[in-house]
Ligand binder design. Structure first.
Ligand SMILES: [Ca+2]
Length: 260
């Protein structure tokens, strides 16, 4: 799914029309792209409401009937906003006593715990990696910089290189179902296309095919078990700069798994 460059960038997500929940498009702001050009971009932000089904403007008088799948909805919201390079503003309305409902609190804590559990382990972190091109052959821009957990360091290619790959040896077969790719945003968004492949049965098998990355791009997919993974930048406005590449396992990751 393309992350739009203009208004409407926050169109993804599970807003709740019945109670006026909606997506918020902030005023356009000048943004420098990787090739030095300037574009007007929205500061993408998703606003969602965990309450369902009351009349617009009404205050609920009792606790909401949070269903068993509500955690999946919340996880969905996270992957469709934060995982799509956007901010997330989640409305949690109080009840008629001015208090947060215990069910809401419990579900929000479950949400936090589920995300913490998923991202606490990164199978690619610190693993040996090779890249098809490294800027100036300089280790300071080497593939390890994408796997060091530091958003201020990055793997970069020479200026004239717009396609490149980074191969990570996971050491042993690892099972994961979420990928994380991050660009070094201070120097602009550059990537226009990328793939992630897993080594299976003696060949590379594509598990993710995406477009824009930006600050953070999370993709969900069915479980994959593999000893090595390859991230390939297939198109970029300027030499790619990848600050982070991670592989995670989510025990549950929402309703929209595999969607693009
Ligand atoms: Ca880094």
């Amino acid at each position: 799914m393309v992350q739009p460059e203009g208004r409407g960038a926050a169109q993804h997500g599970h807003a709740t029309p019945a109670n006026g929940g909606d997506d918020v498009a902030e005023p356009c702001i000048p943004t420098r792209m990787g090739d030095g050009s300037m574009v007007e971009k929205t500061r993408s932000e998703l606003r969602a409401d965990i309450e369902a089904g009351t009349a617009e403007g009404a205050r609920r008088a009792k606790c909401p009937p949070l269903g068993a799948d509500e955690l999946d909805h919340l996880l969905d919201i996270y992957y469709r906003s934060v995982g799509r390079n956007s901010g997330l503003l989640l409305n949690v309305p109080p009840n008629d006593k001015g208090l947060f409902c215990e069910l809401d609190i419990r579900r929000l804590k479950e949400w936090r715990a589920a995300l913490d559990e998923t991202f606490a382990t990164d199978f690619a972190a610190g693993q040996p990696a090779v890249a098809s091109n490294v800027r100036g052959g300089d280790e300071a821009f080497g593939p390890a910089r994408a796997l060091d957990g530091d958003i201020d360091t990055y793997w970069a290619t020479d200026d004239d290189v717009r396609t490149a790959s980074l191969e990570v040896d996971l050491g042993a077969p690892a099972t994961f179902n979420v990928s994380r790719v991050q660009e070094y945003i201070p120097l602009g968004e550059r990537v226009r296309g990328y793939t992630i492949e897993a080594w299976q049965d003696g060949a590379w098998k594509e598990i993710v095919k995406g477009t824009t990355i930006g600050h953070k791009k999370l993709e969900r997919f069915p479980e994959v078990t593999t000893p090595k993974v390859r991230l390939t930048i297939t198109d970029a406005r300027a030499c790619p700069m990848i600050a982070g590449f991670g592989l995670h396992y989510a025990p549950r990751h929402g309703l929209g798994q595999g969607e693009e």
